[in-house]
Design a protein. Structure first.
Length: 345
């Protein structure tokens, strides 16, 4: 370890914020004694208390949102605001949506402050920040829609909006899980597996697209008998037609084949059973046997790599947590200190 004046400085020019989120920095870097000392100092000095306080407030917020999301399923979308306020369940849902609105304002203000402190590029480099700003922006839409009774019909946008919002807000809990040794490593492992799967997923989507279009042509809606006099759907091939009668349905069916193989027997009564059976068998082999084993191997490789650097990964996770409060509340006294780059140059 070497002495590095102002190494614990906070702000976007600090050592920690320069390294965190930089894809060119190897995770092993966070195993250095200097970085460990910086991260632990900041964590013990101010970040630990602020992170746990933020986590507690956030859990209150997400609990309120979850209760609202459950209650609104019992609200009658045809009721006016006056009728809703006369019903205890509907009134509770509207009151909770207003509370969620103010929580959204609070968290969105923090995100704006963080965006200013870090800069647009650094801010949007983090997937957590993108997820946060989208989720908190949605919070500002819910209360006005509930009060005005706009978009609340069963076929309107509020239902899928609340569904997506529920997933976004609960995923944020994973960020605070970084503070827990062991659990944070699993969250990190999941994110690294997703990153490592990007080329695998590109290959998988290509296969889904390729075979979906092929099966659409093998199982069209209409079938012509040999004499050419009948143009109708054969009852025996209804199953295959149901899976591949349109591009969207065919693509979804190809995706579902990843988890449940197509049965080649279903292609026997079709007009081109030989070609259909061969393609189904090839598709099942590639998707279920070959690519599934590749995915298992990839996940195992990432698991063992992270396990070998468990302590280092934990320090990087803690470093990400330290940046959260420093990017929204900056001490003027510490900010007056010169940058570490000035010292080392």
């Amino acid at each position: 370890m070497v002495k590095l004046p102002y190494a614990a400085r906070i702000g976007k020019d600090s050592i920690l914020e320069t390294l965190i989120g930089n894809t060119q920095i190897n995770v092993k870097t966070f195993g250095s004694e200097t970085l460990k000392a910086i991260i632990n100092y900041k964590w013990d000095r101010f970040a630990k208390k602020q992170i746990f306080t933020k986590a507690l407030v956030y859990m209150v917020f997400i609990s309120i949102f979850t209760v609202y999301a459950i209650i609104r399923t019992d609200m009658d979308p045809d009721d006016s605001l006056a009728e809703c306020m006369q019903d205890s369940i509907s009134a509770t849902g509207i009151v909770l949506s207003v509370i969620i609105f103010f929580f959204g304002l609070y968290y969105l203000a923090l995100e704006v402050i963080q965006m200013v402190k870090l800069g647009l590029r650094a801010y949007f480099d983090s997937g957590w920040n993108v997820m946060d700003i989208v989720g908190y922006s949605i919070c500002l839409v819910l209360a006005p829609c509930e009060i005005l009774r706009y978009g609340v019909a069963y076929s309107d946008f509020m239902w899928p909006l609340v569904a997506v919002q529920t997933v976004l807000l609960w995923m944020k809990v994973g960020f605070f899980a970084f503070a827990v040794d062991g659990l944070g490593n699993f969250i990190y492992m999941a994110s690294e597996i997703l990153k490592g799967m990007r080329y695998f997923m590109l290959l998988l989507v290509t296969l889904w697209l390729m075979f979906a279009v092929a099966f659409m042509n093998l199982f069209p809606k209409s079938y012509v008998y040999g004499d050419g006099t009948t143009n109708t759907l054969l009852p025996d091939v209804d199953n295959m037609w149901r899976y591949f009668h349109s591009f969207g349905i065919a693509l979804m069916s190809a995706y579902m084949t990843t988890f449940n193989a197509l049965d080649p027997h279903d292609a026997l009564p079709t007009r081109h059973p030989e070609v259909a059976i061969i393609l189904i068998c090839v598709f099942n082999f590639i998707i279920i046997l070959l690519l599934t084993n590749m995915l298992i191997t990839l996940m195992a490789d990432i698991y063992y790599r992270i396990r070998d650097y468990r302590d280092v990964v934990f320090m990087e996770n803690r470093g990400q947590l330290v940046i959260e409060p420093t990017s929204t509340t900056v001490s003027a006294t510490i900010e007056m200190l010169p940058s570490w780059r000035t010292v080392v140059s």
